[in-house]
Design a binder for this molecule. Structure first.
Ligand SMILES: [Zn+2]
Ligand SMILES: [Zn+2]
Length: 330
């Protein structure tokens, strides 16, 4: 390969070609560009306001560890300096694979200690009274063919919200990247689920009662670039992938999007941008406001577009509602 000079600093040798923008970047400029994107997204979308208390969801996967590193890197920059409190937390799904992810806990704890950031670990069963495995097994027993990832995802999101409410957090920062959000758009389209676009964007769930809004400062960064950033910064990566990943509907989309991207390097950006436009449209058009009304779950009172929320639906179908309600009362 002929060596190319970095298009930013025009001094060092480039090592990465960012096809979406045509830039050729050296290691330093590449890392700087990722670090700048993080803080620029927070500022541009007004993700953090004065006095916010921010929960940072760090699972131990590479995206979440990069999120933590970027947060630390930008800790002394506004608006992060206006933050009342930062709580980094890990949700333990108590599955076999979770043990592998939890191997990163020492790394997370050491980083947090070094920079004086609070860190805690919560198990799903201690927060909602039933475990992911229990619900999965019971649903299987009843002949319901459901993905582990569906249950795990629904419960993890619920637990994050519960932690935030208990701790008085005003926002939850997550490591969703461009690939995740492009997949989400396609999944919503494939399942003909227009309603879900109401919950799409750089900030979701604002002004929804009982719901702590999510902010996603990595959502315009491609997963590949996050992996490269992780590599360059010596961030540990997980060796094994989740055993359920192949049944996850997102798995197939990963390859489909990679294929499409070869022909159009901007395709993921375009899909996400389309999702954002649709989301903004839904928020503005009165017709949809009536049609997609967020109500309260008749069992737990959490926001939902149906009669009961997904968490309660899964637990009810598994026949574990009594156990769950008992734990809720305590
Ligand atoms: Zn450079
Ligand atoms: Zn519910």
């Amino acid at each position: 390969m002929v060596s190319t000079v970095c298009t930013r600093c025009r001094r060092r040798e480039a090592f990465y070609l960012r096809e979406s923008s045509g830039e050729a970047l050296c290691k330093q400029c590449f890392m700087k560009s990722i670090e700048e994107k993080f803080i620029r997204n927070i500022r541009e979308y007004d993700m953090i306001k004065y006095g916010d208390s921010i929960g940072v969801a760090v699972s131990g996967g590479k995206d979440s560890l990069v999120l933590l590193r970027l947060l630390i890197k930008n800790l002394k920059k506004p608006p992060l300096t206006y933050v009342e409190r930062i709580l980094v937390f890990t949700v333990d799904e108590e599955l076999e694979y979770s043990k592998h992810k939890l191997e990163r806990v020492t790394y997370i704890r050491q980083l947090c200690e070094k920079y004086g950031i609070e860190y805690r670990i919560y198990t799903i069963s201690s927060i909602i009274g039933v475990s992911v495995q229990e619900v999965y097994d019971k649903l299987r027993e009843k002949g319901k063919n459901i993905n582990m990832c569906t249950i795990c995802g629904v419960f993890r999101r619920r637990v994050m919200n519960e932690i935030a409410r208990r701790e008085g957090l005003t926002k939850i920062m997550t490591a969703h990247n461009l690939d995740d959000d492009a997949q989400t758009v396609l999944l919503n389209v494939f399942s003909n689920d227009l309603k879900r676009f109401k919950w799409f964007g750089p900030i979701t769930g604002e002004d929804v009662e009982n719901f702590v809004p999510r902010i996603k400062p990595l959502r315009n960064i491609r997963e590949e670039e996050i992996a490269i950033y992780a590599y360059l910064t010596g961030t540990p990566m997980l060796e094994r992938e989740c055993p359920y990943v192949r049944n996850n509907p997102r798995y197939l989309l990963k390859f489909l999007l990679a294929d499409l991207e070869r022909k159009n390097p901007n395709i993921k950006y375009m899909i996400v941008s389309f999702g954002d436009s649709l989301s903004n449209l839904l928020k503005e058009v009165k017709y949809f406001e009536r049609k997609i009304k967020t109500g309260k779950c008749s069992i737990c009172g959490m926001p939902t577009t149906g009669d009961i929320c997904r968490t309660c639906e899964l637990i009810r179908d598994a026949g574990l509602l009594d156990k769950y309600l008992l734990a809720k009362r305590d």
